[in-house]
Design a protein around this ligand. Structure first.
Ligand code: URA
Length: 234
């Protein structure tokens, strides 16, 4: 089967698609001894690919992990500002995994990371409508905010709505809300709560579809099992 070289390099964990193109452009990639060019397609079965004179390592096993992301960690693989990234948290894994979607710097909770491109596509595609549940520690008028959060709202020009909103704990100055949404717009839960007159103190994603944080302590991770991956792709 013929595939784009940059896609093959990314699938083998060499770099991102863009990083692989830069590598090709630098002239460090050869196919059957010839310097590769951008846009080139190769036969993964029979063509010999070398990077800086070294043969391309075998395609890694697909792996997907569920991370209990701590607060103050950036959902990227490298950060220009030198902040701690999700890659630092899972540094014991030597395969290049990409985050599926993202959580804000100060959001905690369930984040998947994978090298399975099909899974990324499946989970992030809006048509699959996977539920995301958040627990939000807020201060402010929770009783008036609840019906506002339950109705469609306009956030930065887009209509969004929560599928369910519940007050799971009442506190003197606010409480803890459980909010379920389908979409995953940038800062969506924070913006929705702000628009409803609340101040967000802490935000935790506690569920993605049927996956929860159960058994995964703060800052730790576990591998998804083959049946879980199968179920996610259904
Ligand atoms: N909504 C937010 O506001 N932030 C997140 O990190 C996730 C959802």
């Amino acid at each position: 089967m013929r595939e784009r070289l940059s896609k093959v390099l990314a699938a083998h964990g060499v770099a991102s698609r863009r990083g692989a193109e830069a590598l090709i452009e630098s002239g460090r990639v050869r196919v059957n001894g010839q310097i590769a060019v951008i846009g080139q397609k190769i036969d993964v079965e029979s063509d010999a690919v070398e990077i800086s004179g070294r043969p391309l390592r075998p395609r890694p096993e697909p792996i997907t992990i569920l991370l209990h992301k701590p607060r103050g960690v950036v959902t990227t693989l490298s950060d220009e500002k030198g902040r701690r990234t999700v890659r630092d948290v899972i540094s014991e894994i030597d395969t290049r995994l990409v985050p599926v979607g993202r959580l804000d710097l100060n959001t905690e909770g369930l984040l998947l990371l994978t090298n399975d491109g099909a899974l990324v596509h499946y989970i992030t595609h809006p048509s699959h409508e996977i539920e995301k549940e958040y627990h939000v520690w807020v201060t402010g008028p929770v009783d008036t905010a609840k019906p506002i959060l339950a109705r469609p709202m306009t956030i930065e020009g887009h209509t969004v709505k929560s599928l369910r909103v519940a007050l799971v704990e009442r506190r003197e100055d606010g409480g803890v809300l459980a909010l379920v949404i389908h979409e995953g717009r940038h800062h969506q839960v924070r913006l929705m709560c702000e628009q409803a007159g609340l101040t967000v103190k802490r935000l935790v994603r506690v569920r993605l579809g049927f996956l929860t944080l159960q058994g995964v302590p703060y800052g730790k991770w576990r591998k998804l099992t083959p049946p879980e991956i199968k179920k996610l792709k259904q």
